[in-house]
Design a binder for this molecule. Structure first.
Ligand code: GSH
Length: 131
């Protein structure tokens, strides 16, 4: 059975799981929900009430985009992570870094005013400098 990614439009965390699904050519179903009024079934499978959630075999649900991506990598050929433990750890460090930048991107979308928006843009630009 195809995995099902529970999503909302314009979520940077969902996007990184979609990138992994596409990169690894995994057939999947996308289900979009409204986070302002999520359906009851979503609250039952999502412990934090956040997207993305990956439903597998219509039964188990995995949350946290980085963990979803690691699972998708594990179940398909051609590993995205290096096998060398040190290189693998460095990879995971940058994944963590990326997740924090996803949070900034999300905060950008919900910034209450221009001043907050500009401060987040400055943070993001500084991050790109670090990369
Ligand atoms: N660390 C989580 C973050 C997911 C997240 O914050 N998603 C946002 C949408 S972009 C969300 O569902 N927010 C709903 C809420 O906080 O109630 C991940 O990587 O999946």
């Amino acid at each position: 059975m195809q995995p099902e990614l529970i999503s909302t439009k314009r979520c940077p965390f969902v996007q990184r799981s979609v990138i992994t699904l596409d990169y690894k050519n995994i057939e999947h179903k996308m289900t979009f929900i409204d986070l302002d009024g999520p359906p009851a079934w979503f609250n039952e499978i999502s412990p934090l009430g956040k997207v993305p959630v990956l439903r597998v075999d219509n039964d188990a649900a995995i949350f946290e985009s980085a963990v979803i991506n690691e699972f998708l990598d594990d179940i398909t050929p051609g590993q995205l992570h290096p096998t060398n433990p040190l290189q693998r750890a460095i990879n995971k460090s940058w994944i963590e870094f990326g997740g924090n930048r996803c949070s900034l991107t999300f905060r950008l979308m919900v910034a209450p005013d221009k001043q907050s928006y500009d401060a987040i843009v400055a943070d993001l630009n500084a991050s790109l400098g670090q990369v």
